[in-house]
Ligand binder design. Structure first.
Ligand code: PLP
Length: 390
């Protein structure tokens, strides 16, 4: 009898894709579905970026590129970090990958193994836990709480570090909560990490430009004491509405560069050449598209939050960034998964149950702001009618 490797059973999935599939089935059967499930901007990729991708194909960029990405793109990533944060990055430490997601997988595979532990946020992006399990390491979740605005607490995270901790995963602004961890907490964490030099850090900064008024981004790149053990994840998916282009990047510490490059050569060889030229146009072209999308997300986050707070049994704090609202639904008396399924089947509104993001997500739902004002208003109206009729 044929058998799969033990590690195949370790992989988990991203429920957002399962909900997307079910929403597509319902749409195909004639239902009018409003999708507030998937985390991708509903805006098109800006024209100048699309044109750069097309031009690259017409110019004959059909072949493999260097596995870590074309040199001008790595330079542009370093220049972009310098422009936005004023930090000096060596382009040689940048690796272009087919999605930010790959950075998570690479980081877990290169640091995790049996006997090791990897700390990650709960609720958090589900791929963290899946990649950790696949690496053989033990997933060590640290809870994020609503009372703390879903920011992480330096004291709590530091208290969970053991001699077996290999990697600490951080994410601010966060998926699924929209939580933004304040600078003082990050500073305290970095200070505390000086006592744990064996711990690598992966900062998932994919939402760093989607941060709402009154909140500020603190990049982990800012702290020289971490530079030799810091991995940064970022990319184009959320910032430039480029989810389907499959583009992302890692900034690796020197000690991981060679292994990360070998992993890329073994797995995907390189990122689609024309997509890399589009990514270059995104970083070097006009940046006003980011401000426009951010303004729309901020407005919708307010619309969704106000609407959710008016629903019986729901309460919701205002997200500090990203494009999600994460209401507390314990007042409905229903479990997250049950509410997710019933709302989709009965009202045609696709949302994600909080437990898709970890055990601490019980009692919450994730609403994505990536839909129009009208669609959001209509979705909230349907849910209200449904709740009132129950
Ligand atoms: N990190 C977080 C927190 C995310 O929410 C996502 C996408 O949803 C990613 C990483 C990966 O993004 P991509 O692979 O599309 O660049």
């Amino acid at each position: 009898m044929t058998t799969l490797a033990h590690r195949a059973g370790m992989l988990e999935t991203e429920n957002a894709f399962t909900v997307l599939q079910r929403a597509a089935e319902l749409t195909a059967s004639g239902r009018d579905v409003i999708n507030l499930g998937i985390g991708q901007p509903d805006f098109p990729t800006p024209d100048h970026i699309v044109e750069a991708g097309i031009k690259a194909l017409r110019d004959g960029h059909h072949g493999y590129t260097p596995s870590g990405g074309i040199a001008p793109l790595k330079d542009a990533v370093a220049a972009d970090i310098d422009r936005r944060y004023g930090f000096d990055i060596n382009p040689g430490n940048v690796q272009i990958l087919p999605g930010g997601k790959l950075v998570i997988f690479f980081a877990a595979m290169l640091t995790g193994e049996e006997g090791g532990e990897i700390l990650f946020p709960d609720p958090g992006f589900p791929i963290y836990r899946s990649a950790i399990r696949f690496s053989g390491a033990t997933p060590a979740p640290y809870p994020l709480s609503e009372e703390n605005g879903f920011a992480f607490s330096a004291e709590d995270v530091l208290s969970r570090i053991t001699p077996r901790t290999r990697l600490l995963i951080l994410n601010s602004p966060a998926n699924p909560t929209g939580g933004v961890t304040p600078r003082n907490e990050i500073e305290a964490l970095v200070k505390g990490l000086e006592d744990h030099p064996h711990v690598m850090v992966m900062s998932d900064e994919i939402y760093d430009q989607l941060i709402f008024d009154g909140n500020a981004m603190t990049s982990l790149l800012e702290f020289p004491s971490l530079r030799d053990r810091l991995i940064v994840l970022n990319g184009w998916s959320k910032t430039y509405a480029m989810t389907g282009w499959r583009l992302g990047y890692a900034i690796w510490p020197d000690m991981m560069l060679d292994a990360a490059d070998k992993l890329a050569v073994n797995i995907h060889s390189c990122v689609n050449a024309s997509a890399q030229f589009a990514a270059l146009a995104a970083l070097t072209g006009p940046q006003d598209c980011i401000a426009q999308m951010k303004a729309a997300f901020q407005h919708r986050a307010g619309l969704i939050t106000d609407g959710l707070n008016a629903l019986p049994g729901f309460s919701c704090g205002r997200p500090g960034g990203a494009f999600y609202a994460f209401p507390n639904i314990t007042g409905t008396g229903m479990k997250s998964a049950e509410l997710q399924a019933s709302i989709l089947e009965d009202t045609g509104v696709a949302i994600i149950g909080g437990t898709s993001f970890g055990e601490e997500g019980e009692g919450y739902l994730r609403f994505s702001c990536a839909n129009s004002d009208d669609a959001i208003t209509e979705a909230l109206g349907r849910i209200r009618n449904w709740l009132e009729q129950r």
